[in-house]
Design a protein around this ligand. Structure first.
Ligand SMILES: [Zn+2]
Ligand SMILES: [Zn+2]
Ligand SMILES: [Zn+2]
Ligand SMILES: [Zn+2]
Length: 495
């Protein structure tokens, strides 16, 4: 509190005593903080108490403002860096594919019995040379590649917040390199013990070596390839400002921290102010959808609501001249070549490891003539539904990921008013067929003949799911038999 006349201020002590011996005439009491004027000392003092309090809070929020500003700055830099890691991510895909290729095309081919019989007629030197190409040249080259790529991620380990998807990449990649080093060294120790000279039959020592390579080296290599593939993550593409975190990643980053904790609050503010998520409300809605509503985290693009589209979409079917419910699935479209193999160019790899959009299944079926989607495959997110390291285990009872996918598929189809059931399938694929068909077939078997039951029993609605090392997918076209694999048209009323 101070007394002021014109522009001269005179300090006062608490007892209202002027510190200056000659008090000015016609002065006003003023607040030290905001200079608001009051007629009496008491009024001024009580105002000043409040005012100071408010001021401290304002000061605090200034600190927060500064923090927010800093976060925004950091966010811009971080998003730019994330965007620039595109080539490193593609390199990781290449590395994982190369390791996979060594196991499939290289080592395994050379371990076939026919091949070995042929070798033994010459001598074992050739076999050792061949193994040397893989374990003394190719894998060491891959290790150098991994170490080089890992360096690019070191910036994320230091500068990026712990919720950034690349935060642990450097460490994880270096671990992969060490592991590959160990695998190669172990394998080298095995085959170098084989004597060079030819033998009349495959010697017992060789059989043991081959067994060890098949049982330990190859699975370990596959595991490494999988670990590297799991590190591939492209964020959701936005615009020139840089990408968003994938919705799945953002939700997981928040849910990792205890509900209501300041750590979670901080992480959320971080993501919001750094511009890594579309908005605070969409992130909260997405978290709420999982935590409160008990819905599963679906790897899909951010939507305005922050969650999956709730409204039923329809499309006009030219043939039946009816509006039919659209089957929406979060899948990635991967084009195939003329032999039905996926075309994995850079753009496609990028799309595969970005959050999928909701795709209308009805739109992509029966479109063989649409050149760009000729015989395409619809892949489910490899981030959410990774296939097992040993593909032979996929689709079996032990395959928990497929079980999860199956559960989701049933829900997605039911949401589209097309309930399906998994009808088993051939080895390497699973078939989903119309629920009503199965029911009608059972009724007919029990001699409950009716037109409706007959209509339903011939329903050809079916969707097939297959898998490869990239993920689970719906094939749209069978290139061997030249026919469409899926059919999402019911021959009966859906009601
Ligand atoms: Zn004062
Ligand atoms: Zn004031
Ligand atoms: Zn087709
Ligand atoms: Zn049907």
């Amino acid at each position: 509190v101070h007394l002021e006349k014109a522009h001269i201020s005179i300090p006062l002590n608490k007892e209202n005593v002027f510190l200056d011996s000659s008090p000015p005439i016609s002065c006003r009491w003023k607040c030290d903080y905001c200079s608001a004027a009051f007629p009496t000392y008491d009024e001024t003092a009580s105002h000043e108490a409040e005012c100071t309090q408010r001021g401290i809070i304002n000061k605090l929020s200034e600190v927060q403002q500064a923090k927010k500003h800093k976060r925004e700055e950091e966010g811009r830099r971080l998003r730019r860096n994330t965007n620039e890691c595109r080539n490193e991510m593609l390199a990781l895909f290449e590395i994982a594919s190369n390791i996979q290729e060594i196991t499939e095309q290289g080592v395994l081919k050379w371990l076939s019995y026919e091949k070995l019989k042929k070798i033994q007629r010459n001598n074992w030197r050739q076999f050792k040379l061949r193994m040397g190409i893989y374990f003394e040249h190719k894998i060491p080259a891959i290790i150098i590649g991994i170490r080089t790529v890992s360096k690019r991620f070191s910036a994320f380990a230091i500068d990026a917040p712990s919720h950034h998807p690349y935060h642990q990449h450097e460490k994880n990649l270096l671990n992969c390199a060490t592991e590959l080093d160990r695998i190669a060294a172990e394998c080298r120790a095995l085959y170098t013990t084989i004597p060079d000279l030819s033998a009349l039959s495959v010697p017992a020592a060789v059989t043991i070596v081959i067994q060890r390579i098949l049982e330990s080296t190859i699975p370990a290599l596959k595991e490494s390839a999988k670990k590297i593939q799991d590190l591939i993550a492209f964020p959701e593409h936005r615009d020139d400002l840089g990408p968003f975190y994938s919705k799945r990643h953002a939700i997981k980053a928040a849910l990792k921290l205890p509900k209501g904790s300041s750590a979670r609050g901080d992480a959320i503010q971080d993501m919001v102010h750094m511009g890594l998520v579309p908005s605070q409300s969409s992130l909260y809605r997405a978290i709420n959808d999982v935590e409160e509503e008990g819905n599963a985290i679906i790897d899909a693009k951010w939507t305005h609501g922050g969650t999956m589209r709730k409204k039923q979409e329809v499309f006009y079917d030219e043939e039946t001249r009816r509006w039919e419910p659209t089957i929406l699935l979060p899948v990635i479209i991967v084009d195939c070549n003329i032999r039905g193999k996926p075309i994995l160019d850079k753009k496609c790899v990028e799309r595969l490891f970005r959050p999928p959009a909701l795709v209308s299944l009805n739109f992509y079926l029966w479109r063989k003539k649409t050149v760009e989607y000729w015989g395409a495959r619809l892949y489910f997110s490899p981030k959410q539904f990774p296939t097992p390291v040993n593909l032979q285990d996929a689709g079996k009872a032990s395959d928990k990921t497929f079980k999860k996918l199956k559960k989701y598929m049933l829900k997605w189809f039911e949401d589209a008013k097309s309930p399906v059931i998994c009808n088993g399938g051939k080895p390497g694929s699973k078939k989903f067929v119309c629920c009503k068909k199965r029911k009608a077939e059972n009724l007919l078997r029990n001699n409950e003949r009716s037109e409706e039951n007959y209509d339903c029993s011939i329903c050809r609605f079916s969707v097939t799911v297959k898998w490869d090392r990239l993920g689970y997918y719906i094939p749209l076209y069978n290139h061997k038999q030249n026919c469409h694999v899926c059919n999402v048209k019911h021959t009966h009323d859906l009601s």
